[in-house]
Each structure stands twice: as structure tokens, then as C-alpha cells.
Design a protein around this ligand. Structure first.
Ligand SMILES: [Zn+2]
Length: 373
């Protein structure tokens, strides 16, 4: 969502709540607001296409009837076939704008909706597509425009399972599910869906349009940018790291859709992020190694001793300090190389480093000062 839209929404939401001065006020004390942080500006070469303020979205054509729609923060994909339109994801921030974008290039009805994964920020607008009445214009059998057509929803079986746990009406349970691969053919278009195991989340699938050489994998690679906080809220770091090789080794793609930000990517963007992730891994491993020495900055005895003394019988306190100190150190190491290469490196680097350090400890067994004694 664009900042201006978000601010307008916040203002309108706040003003819509009329406060009764006679009602008991049972609010928690307001937290002190920190000064607004100033991060490194996004350079002209890092900026993607401008999102027209008049529409709030931008449509990128990949040729062959394949299009990406973005609002600057989120992305969806659609393919126009001779039988109708296949849509992949409907982020709620794009919402109805996705329908307008499709309507600007075709009057074909939407026939299929693919969920990349279960997260609400990418498919929370599904209800807008699934429940709407599609106008078939002159083909409408009752001549009045508008009749309901079933849109087939497709997702991985794990996505269906995760959605069944929460019963969110905005994310209807998918009608078709698969476990390994699924080839979706509609008219003259083909989408190859593939599941390679847990990465960002269970059920997060690779979505490939072979004719247009477009590959979509959401919340893993962020072309031109540092990954979102905690490596994109990753569920499985080893699976996330492996996904970079899977993208580059298993797909002959020319366009990459990562689900976020304002532009699509190319192979070089994935190669650059793979290099970043390897650097982050190496830097975090080196940080953990140093923390097991008597290093004056990172050595566990130096860092944890004073915290433990002040917080006896509270092991959380020392662990919290350990993670904060090592994450900060690793983030600084990483930013020394990446702050000019990837946009937003100074925003989420500490969170990304903490995620990698925790994965190194508990997934990879790089335990540092907490190893076998
Ligand atoms: Zn997600």
C-alpha cells in the first residue's frame, strides 16, 4: 500500500470513531512514540516503475497474455487465455484494483484463481474474485449483464490445511489441491505448479508460465531489495536458502515475480539475493564462532556475565542480550557490503541477522557458546 493511501485510511478510520465523553475510558496508557526513523534514501536506480496516483496500480506486460499487477508493495499475476483469465493471488491491498487491471486488457471472465500460499496479505482479496458476479456483456444469456460463474480455486494441500485452521471468510478453501505438481491448462495458456517442500511456509508453490518464461515464487526473493523482516517471515531457513538454487537450476525463466514491491525481477536479481543470503549465513556463522571465544565485544562470558549477575534465575535475560548483540554485530558486517547494493538494507538487517543466527543455532547446529560441554 502506498504511504499516502495508508495515511488517508488511518485518518479516516480515526475520525470515524466518535468518542463519547461520558463513557468510561479503559484504554491502556499510550506508548511513547519514538521519532520517525530516517533510513537511507532509495536511489533512482533502485526505484521501480512509478505507480500512477490516479489508479493506485501498475500493470507490467510480459507478452503472450501474461501480466503482473502491483500497487508498489504487493504483486499479483494474471494470464489471459482463449477461455478466460487465470489469476495468481489477490493481495487485499490491490483488491478491486486487480479486477480493474484485468478489465483494461480483456473482457474475458476470470475462470481460475491460484493461491501461491495461505498468507492473508497475498490471498486475502480472494473473496472479492470468488464471490463477485461477472458481467458477460453481450454474451449474457439474460441480457441484463451479470451472472455468477464459478471460479476454480487451486492451491497446495498444505495451503488448504492451514486455511482450515483459521476459517477466514476472505480466503475460501481451495476447490482443487495437489501435493507435488499440477499443470493448469486453460485455452491457450499453461501454468506449471510445483511444490518443493517448506521454504517461506508449508504449501508455498513455484508457479511457472513456460510460454512466457515467467516464474512466480512469493516471499522468497525480493528483486533489488533486502528481504522483508526475518527473511520474509520465513518458516524454514534451510528450505528458503535451497529455494534460490531451485529457482536458478530448475527453471528457464526470464521474468521473476516475487509477490512484493514495485518491479518484477530477472535471473540476476535471484543470483544477487543468493549471494546476499550466503554472505549473511557466513557473517552470522563467524559471529557465533566469535561469541564462543573471549572476544571483548562478542565473547559470551563478557557479554552475558553482567546480564546474568543482574538477572539471577532469569535465563531469558541473558539469551535476549546474546541475540541482540550478535544480531547487531552480524547486521553491521553484512551492511558493510550490501547497503549500497540492495535497497532497504538498513531497515530489516538486524531482524534478518537474528533469524539467520537462530537458524544456524537450532537448524544447522552451530551452537557457539551453547555447544556440548
Ligand atoms: Zn507469506
Amino acid at each position: 500500500m502506498q504511504i499516502s493511501v495508508l495515511l488517508a485510511l488511518l485518518v479516516s478510520t480515526a475520525s470515524s470513531h466518535v468518542i463519547n465523553p461520558h463513557a468510561p475510558q479503559a484504554r491502556a496508557p499510550a506508548p511513547a512514540l519514538a521519532p520517525a526513523p530516517q533510513y537511507r534514501p532509495i536511489t533512482a536506480s533502485q526505484a521501480g516503475p512509478a505507480i500512477p496516483a490516479s489508479t493506485g496500480y501498475y500493470t507490467e506486460s510480459f507478452g503472450g497474455g501474461a501480466y503482473m499487477v502491483t500497487d508498489g508493495s504487493y504483486q499479483a499475476l494474471f494470464l489471459v487465455s482463449t477461455e478466460g483469465v487465470i489469476v495468481v493471488d489477490c493481495p487485499p491491498t490491490i483488491g478491486m484494483k486487480l479486477i480493474y487491471a484485468i478489465g483494461n486488457v480483456t473482457d474475458q471472465p476470470i475462470t481460475h484463481l491460484v493461491y501461491s500460499h495461505s498468507h492473508a496479505d497475498h490471498i486475502g482479496g480472494a473473496v472479492l474474485l470468488v464471490n463477485r458476479t461477472q458481467d458477460y456483456g453481450k454474451d449474457n444469456e439474460n441480457g441484463k449483464g451479470g451472472r455468477r460463474e464459478e471460479i476454480v480455486t487451486i492451491a497446495h494441500a498444505e495451503t488448504a490445511r492451514l486455511l482450515s485452521q483459521v476459517a477466514d471468510p476472505n480466503r475460501p478453501t481451495p476447490q482443487k489441491t495437489f501435493r507435488d505438481t499440477y499443470t493448469l491448462r486453460s485455452g491457450n495458456q499453461t501454468l506449471e505448479l510445483s511444490y518443493k517442500g517448506q521454504n517461506h511456509l508449508d504449501g508455498n508453490i513455484f508457479i511457472f508460465a513456460p510460454q512466457q518464461k515467467v516464474l512466480m515464487l512469493v516471499d522468497v526473493v525480493y528483486p533489488g531489495w533486502t528481504p522483508f523482516s526475518r527473511l520474509g517471515q520465513v518458516m524454514n531457513v534451510p528450505g528458503f536458502i535451497a529455494a534460490h538454487d531451485q529457482i536458478l537450476d530448475e527453471y528457464n525463466f526470464e521474468h521473476f515475480v516475487g509477490g512484493h514491491l514495485d518491479r518484477s525481477g530477472v535471473r540476476a536479481d535471484v543470483e544477487i539475493q543468493r549471494e546476499y543470503v550466503r554472505d549473511l549465513y557466513d557473517n552470522c556463522a563467524e559471529t557465533i564462532r566469535l561469541s564462543a571465544t573471549d572476544d571483548p565485544v562478542l565473547g559470551a562470558a563478557n557479554v552475558l556475565g553482567p546480564v546474568a549477575a543482574l538477572n539471577p534465575e532469569n535465563p531469558w535475560a541473558a539469551f535476549d542480550v546474546y541475540l541482540k548483540v550478535t544480531s547487531e554485530y552480524c547486521a553491521n558486517l553484512t551492511n558493510a557490503k550490501w547497503i549500497d547494493r540492495l535497497a532497504g538494507s538498513d531497515v530489516f538487517q538486524v531482524e534478518n541477522a537474528e533469524t539467520m543466527i537462530e537458524s544456524l543455532r537450532i537448524d544447522y547446529g552451530v551452537l557457539g557458546p551453547f555447544a556440548n560441554t
